[in-house]
Design a protein around this ligand. Structure first.
Ligand SMILES: Nc1ncnc2c1ncn2[C@@H]1O[C@H](COP(=O)(O)OP(=O)(O)O)[C@@H](O)[C@H]1O
Ligand SMILES: O=C(O)C1=C[C@@H](OP(=O)(O)O)[C@@H](O)[C@H](O)C1
Ligand SMILES: [Mg+2]
Length: 192
């Protein structure tokens, strides 16, 4: 099974994805990191030199390559991934999608550090972070809300992901039509 994490920048896709993959001993991939490896340039440089349209083409291409790989993995997508080039169809078809739906105020607090803004070219050039996050979320929600599962609220903190027992495996696919609001602990405990 492939688990795809989607959601706004700062929602924790990379952080949670890495933690989940380690917990379940699954391979972890970060789409942005894969794009950087393929392009030989960091994300801000790709945007600066080639523009966002080029980045979106690369993103779509690398996503399709990953989706076509055999075997399970956890993939942290980029915030815009589901919203371009019919990528959402690829994500919905080839795995279980989880939307990390974190309130804008919490996203803004997490992203307020210079290091976080500097690595995200759309944020670095957007003006006030909270305004950009709010506007961007309102255009992206129609994509994000098609995820099979939604993990809502700022409560989904890292400490909640540290589970004591090692589950036999993620079996979210047993509930293919499940679209519910719950935290990750509940998702894992109810579906293993
Ligand atoms: N659940 C969380 N609670 C508090 N801070 C978090 C949480 N998830 C991520 N962060 C922090 O927010 C920032 C962005 O996280 P990241 O995983 O890179 O998000 P994304 O990949 O969705 O953009 C990082 O500084 C990270 O440490
Ligand atoms: O929201 C976006 O459009 C983007 C989010 C970034 O990933 P994160 O969501 O991991 O920050 C990265 O893909 C790129 O800077 C574009
Ligand atoms: Mg990320």
């Amino acid at each position: 099974m492939k688990l795809y994490l989607i959601g706004m920048p700062g929602s924790g896709k990379t952080t949670l994805g890495r933690a989940l993959a380690a917990h379940y001993a699954l391979p972890f991939l970060d789409l942005d990191a894969e794009i950087v490896a393929r392009a030989g340039q960091v994300i801000p440089a790709i945007f600066l030199q080639h523009g966002e349209a080029h980045f979106r083409r690369l993103e779509a291409e690398v996503l399709r390559d990953i989706a076509a790989r055999p075997g399970p993995l956890v993939l942290a997508t980029g915030g815009g991934t589901p919203c371009f080039h019919d990528n959402l169809a690829v994500l919905l078809e080839a795995g279980v999608t989880v939307w990390l739906d974190v309130p804008v105020a919490e996203l803004a607090a997490r992203l307020s550090k210079g290091v976080e803004k500097g690595s995200r070219p759309l944020l670095a050039t957007s003006g006030p972070t909270e305004k950009w996050l709010q506007e961007t979320l309102s255009t992206r929600t129609r994509f994000y809300q098609q995820a099979r599962l939604r993990c809502a609220g700022a409560r989904a903190r890292l400490r909640r992901w540290r589970l004591r027992r090692r589950p036999r495996g993620l079996r979210l696919h047993q509930r293919p039509n499940c679209r519910r609001t719950c935290n990750f602990v509940n998702i894992i405990l109810r579906h293993r």
